[in-house]
Write a protein that binds this ligand. Structure first.
Ligand code: LMR
Ligand code: SF4
Length: 516
């Protein structure tokens, strides 16, 4: 290979590595402005305002540490446009190398799991991963767009087949007003589980797969652009305005900011099918794009950086929520201590906690625990880990994962092992609530996506079990200081999540009348 070709490939790979690292660690200017707007909408001292403070602190920390904003660095999806004659196979190979390097540098969590065996590949490569889609264009440079969309918000995507019946809204027909109802419903059904306040991309028409593709394509539009289609521009504005009256709020804690952006695209359909597909993205809206010089491989331009880039560095100090009682806890915790906690209390944890998510919960149903869990705390978390120069594990990012996935197991496991507290996000269902009451347990909600903030509370990693499940799924023994979370389900049958779901459904029902 000639000198020139070698250096093009090396530069290209470096450019793609920079794109991956920047996307994972530094939120773009348009997203930052939307988050700032959300902060301005919340009243100081409320739970939602405090959560947004944690979120913006986390954004600053991720940028400073050049570490993942959220530990779930998602399913990397690249969209590439190339001039005619550019070798796409070389670009794909360079993308893969960049992904492997970024994973080994802890900019990405090893996230590629064999769907049949459950084995994590360890380097983010796998069957069909990363997703890379190519298109040719007439321009003379390469454009690469990347989205790192996490699993919690991906699980809240929803596709409607019109006509349909919707909770709270009734019949949605095959017209603009039916579309309006589906989109409102999509935001409501996500509640706080996709780490609200979120952004949605909507695809009208197509079939099931092209509809979702169109929805995801909308997530590449700048947050503050205006839809060239006047009807859709009106609908986008309407959806954001009304969704923010639902009272779901940040993390589903209640509040004014539920939806930060809505982008709608339309394509033709076939007569029998009418889909409305919605892609929900968390506040950690990590998408970026670059233009690359097709002869040198160098980055010529970063997208989404026009306008003010809010730094969140000179924010006024967080006012503490005067309504909340602050309780310090250290495991092992007694039943008596747990029964004193009520929904709304703020808990500060010091000492030991164990991570456990999907694989651990499944495992514990039919096996003994590797450690004594009596009186202990389980943290629903799949961290990004790295080894320091002495070979010791360090935590690079460690926010909570969506707890509802553990609903089938959680209550049984708490009772079986004597676990007193679980920490996660998005809340859990009636089965867990009943178990908390019966056994004396509590559910604590941490701020989803605040992976740097929580990593900072983890002072050491004291051990790990079941590492064969892969880094995110292993049981890490963490020693924490001042780890803060809110009681959202207590041992007296109260659930903030159930309350917010109910009150937001009432709000949703106010929009059943025809508008368009
Ligand atoms: O996998 C994770 O760590 C989190 C996930 O994105 C979630 O929101 O549940
Ligand atoms: S934890 Fe929340 S912020 Fe992170 S990827 Fe999942 S939904 Fe997004």
């Amino acid at each position: 290979m000639s000198q020139v070709a070698t250096s093009y490939l090396q530069t290209l790979e470096k450019s793609l590595y920079d794109l991956v690292s920047e996307t994972s660690t530094n939120l773009p200017a348009d997203v930052r402005r939307a988050i700032k707007k959300a902060k301005e909408a919340e009243n100081a001292g409320t739970r939602a305002a405090m959560s947004l403070d944690t979120i913006t602190n986390n954004i600053v920390m991720a940028e400073d540490n050049v570490s993942p904003i959220c530990q779930d660095t998602g399913l990397p999806t690249f969209k590439v446009k190339t001039p005619i004659g550019v070798n796409q196979l070389e670009i794909k190979a360079a993308i893969k190398n960049a992904i492997v390097q970024a994973t080994s540098d802890a900019k990405l969590r090893p996230n590629a799991v064999d769907s049949l065996t459950g084995k994590n590949s360890g380097d983010n490569l796998g069957e069909g991963l990363p997703v890379v889609k190519f298109e040719q264009w007439e321009k003379d440079y390469i454009e690469v767009k990347l989205i790192l969309k996490g699993g919690g918000c991906e699980n809240k995507n929803i596709q409607y087949s019109l006509p349909c019946e919707l909770e709270g809204l009734g019949r949605a027909g095959r017209d603009l007003d039916g579309i309006r109802k589906c989109i409102l419903h999509s935001v409501w059904q996500a509640q706080g589980q996709g780490c609200s306040a979120g952004f949605i991309g909507v695809g009208i028409g197509g079939d099931r797969s092209s509809g979702y593709d169109l929805a995801k394509e909308q997530l590449f539009r700048p947050v503050d652009d205006v839809n060239p289609n006047a009807d859709l521009a009106k609908l986008e504005e309407y959806i954001v305005e009304k969704a923010n009256t639902f009272g779901v709020g940040t993390m589903g804690f209640g509040g004014e900011a539920t939806l930060l952006g809505c982008k709608i695209g339309v394509m033709h359909r076939i007569p029998a099918s009418f889909y409305v597909s919605v892609a929900y993205n968390c506040w950690a809206y990590r998408r970026m794009a670059i233009d690359i010089d097709a002869t040198t491989g160098e980055i010529k331009k970063w997208h989404y950086q026009e306008g003010e880039k809010v730094t969140f560095r000179d924010e006024p100090k967080t006012e503490t929520n005067s309504e909340s009682k602050v309780v310090e806890l250290t495991a092992p915790i007694t039943e008596e201590q747990i029964r004193e906690l009520k929904v709304g209390d703020v808990v500060k944890i010091n000492g030991r906690m164990y991570t456990g998510r999907d694989a651990i919960h499944h495992h514990l149903m039919s096996h003994d625990a590797p450690v004594d869990l009596n009186g202990q705390i389980i943290y629903h978390c799949g961290p990004v880990m790295a080894k320091d120069e002495n070979g010791n594990w360090t935590v690079k990012a460690a926010g909570p994962t969506t707890s509802i996935r553990e609903e089938p197991y959680q209550g049984d496991i708490m009772k079986k092992f004597g676990i007193r507290a679980v920490i996660g996000k998005g809340g859990m269902g009636p089965k867990t609530l009943a178990a908390l009451q019966e056994h004396g347990g509590v559910y604590l909600n941490a701020i989803g996506g605040a992976a740097q903030y929580y990593a900072d509370c983890i002072k050491s990693v004291d051990g790990v079990d079941l590492q064969e499940f892969g880094i995110p799924e292993a049981m890490w023994h963490l020693n924490v200081e001042g780890f803060t979370a809110v009681v959202t389900m207590d041992s007296h049958g109260n659930s903030l999540h159930a309350d917010v779901e109910k009150s937001s459904l009432e709000k949703l029902s106010q929009y059943a009348e025809r508008v368009f």
